[in-house]
Every structure is written in C-alpha cells, then in structure tokens.
Design a protein around this ligand. Structure first.
Ligand SMILES: NC(=O)c1ccc[n+]([C@@H]2O[C@H](COP(=O)([O-])OP(=O)(O)OC[C@H]3O[C@@H](n4cnc5c(N)ncnc54)[C@H](OP(=O)(O)O)[C@@H]3O)[C@@H](O)[C@H]2O)c1
Length: 283
C-alpha cells in the first residue's frame, strides 16, 4: 500500500506521518513546501511539492497511491475536498480518510464546510472514512499570550461545556483507518471522555503551570473583535463566533466512546495535555 498524506506539516498530519514511520511505512507527502516537509521528516518520506488548490499537483501526487489522508482547511474545504475526491476517483485511489469535524452533526460553522466536503467525497464514489474530532486541545495554545501577560482566559462560551481531544488520538484513529478496511464507509465521531467548561479548563491549566488564572466571560461582540485581530477572514471569524455561541447553548456537549472502542484504551486527558504543554503558557 502507498499512503499519500496531506497536511503533513500540520498538527495531526505530522503525527500521522510519525506513526506510519514507526510502523516501518514510508509515506508520500503532498506539501506546499518541500523544505518544511524535509525539515520535519528528512529523507524518510517521498515529497510531492503541491497545493490542494492546484488539481494538476494533486494528480501527480496521487498517481500510483492507494490511500489518501485528506486535510483541507478554511472556507475552501468544500471545493478542495470535491476536487481531491474527483481526482482520487480518476486515479483509482482505494480510499480517502478525511479529517473532518464532530460539528458536522450540527451542520455548524466549520462543521458545515466539512459537511459539504464529506458530501462531495460520497458523490465522487470513492471509498472513505470520515474522522470527526471534537475540539482540539491544541486550540488552547491560543490563550498562551493572555495567560503569560495577564493571567486571564477570555471566552464567550460562558458555562457551556465541550469535550477536547488530543491530536495524538486523532492521528491514531486516522492511522487505524488508513491501515485497515474495517472502517470503510464509516464516520468516526471522536471526543475525550469528559465535558469541560472553559472555567474548568482554566483551572486545569492553572494547576499545570502552578500559577493562579482568572476566567473572564466575554460577549459575542468582544469575541468577534478579538478573533478578527488574528484572522483576516470574516468567514473564519464568524464561524468561530457561531461555534462558541453553540457551545454556550450546550449544543456540543456530547461525548462518544469511539476512541476506546477502536484503540482499546481511554483518550488522552486534558490534564496530560496541559502538563505536556505547560511551557507554552509560562514566560
Ligand atoms: N481545531 C479544531 O478544534 C478542529 C476540530 C475539528 C476539526 N478540525 C479540522 O482539522 C483540520 C486542521 O488540522 P490540523 O490542525 O492538523 O492542521 P494545521 O496544523 O492547521 O495544518 C494545516 C496543514 O494543511 C496544510 N495546508 C494548508 N493549506 C494547504 C494547501 N492549499 N495545500 C496543501 N496543504 C495545505 C498546511 O501545510 P503548510 O505547511 O503548507 O501550511 C498544514 O500542513 C481542519 O480541517 C479543521 O477544520 C479542527
């Protein structure tokens, strides 16, 4: 089997690559930057310089491959998933493992983009598994600046709860789906075991870094204004404000036992992630 991994320089994709290398598998990588891919994985991979917005480069990377791990980001997810799926079908790719989102079930915000991407993959007629993670623990790194400079965590989620997931767990599930045909045609909604309020997450981080932190509830307007400072995409900003609103209303307060079922162990806890990453929150 030849595996083509996209998003390989990113959080989940890089862990997928490492897990494949640990199993003695040499994956192919489609990356916008060969230099970046080589700096991460040296000569242990085959790099195809390309862009998921460029169908010709996707075709070259897919030719002769068997399975694809597909990571698309941002508002272009629907069109880029559709394009990748159409080329995969033409090139005889056996299956696409798509990194999707738990929020597809709600048709919400970024989940709505993934919902359209999933529909395009189904329509293309290529076999698939949709890996649908809940919120990534790595999202919490966005709080590093305010924690370091003010000791404050701000969020419009108020007392709403969500389950967070470690990227290593997402990668493990994705690798399981790449290596086995057991999950063909399935959607895998994956979460941690616990639902946390943002206040509780603040406590967990405070404990990990050994410093008191304050949780401050902010309005949707303030959340929008703050997010727009770090994003030049109005669509991305609005998607995040809608997501936090839905969490505040309790619409995403669900867990599944999918990880335990597939991996035969519990998901990695938020406490462990906080300990692993505590240096990111300290000066
Ligand atoms: N964060 C969450 O809570 C959450 C929850 C559920 C689902 N998700 C989904 O997870 C995915 C993001 O995964 P991640 O966090 O592992 O990604 P990430 O760390 O943000 O990295 C994104 C990867 O995609 C690559 N990429 C971006 N645009 C590209 C293009 N035009 N052509 C080729 N490669 C491109 C980047 O490569 P470069 O090195 O070239 O930039 C990088 O390797 C998204 O689909 C997101 O919606 C996220």
């Amino acid at each position: 089997m030849t595996y083509l991994i996209t998003g390989a320089t990113g959080d989940v994709g890089s862990r997928v690559i490492r897990q494949l290398l640990e199993r003695g598998i040499r994956p192919r990588v489609l990356s916008r930057s060969e230099e970046k891919a080589r700096s991460l994985f040296g000569n242990c991979i085959d790099v195809f310089a390309g862009d998921l917005s460029d169908p010709a480069s996707i075709r070259v990377a897919m030719r002769g491959a068997d399975a694809v791990f597909l990571v698309n980001v941002g508002p272009e997810i629907p069109s880029r998933d559709a394009s990748a799926a159409a080329i995969a079908k033409e090139e005889g790719i056996r299956k696409i493992i798509k990194l999707s989102s738990f929020d597809v079930e709600q048709g919400l915000a970024i989940g709505a983009w993934h919902e359209k991407g999933e529909a395009a993959i189904r329509a293309a007629g290529v076999e698939f598994t949709f890996v649908r993670p809940s919120g990534f623990m790595t999202n919490l790194l966005a709080w590093a600046h305010s924690i370091k400079t003010e000791g404050i965590v701000r969020s419009s989620t108020a007392n709403g709860r969500r389950s967070f997931i470690h990227s290593e767990d997402i990668a493990s599930i994705s690798v399981a789906a790449l290596l086995s045909d057991k999950y063909l045609g399935e959607v895998l909604p994956i979460t941690g075991t616990q639902l946390h309020t943002w206040g509780k997450i603040t406590e967990i981080l405070a404990h990990a870094i050994g410093k008191p932190l304050t949780y401050q509830v902010i309005s949707d307007e303030e959340a929008r204004e703050r997010y727009s400072r770090i994003s030049d995409s109005t669509k991305e900003t609005e998607a995040h404000v809608a997501l936090w609103h839905a969490i505040r209303e309790g619409r995403l307060a669900t867990t599944t036992n999918c990880i335990e079922h597939i991996l035969g162990r519990k998901p990695i806890s938020l406490q462990q992630w906080a300990t692993e990453n505590r240096h990111s929150f300290c000066n």
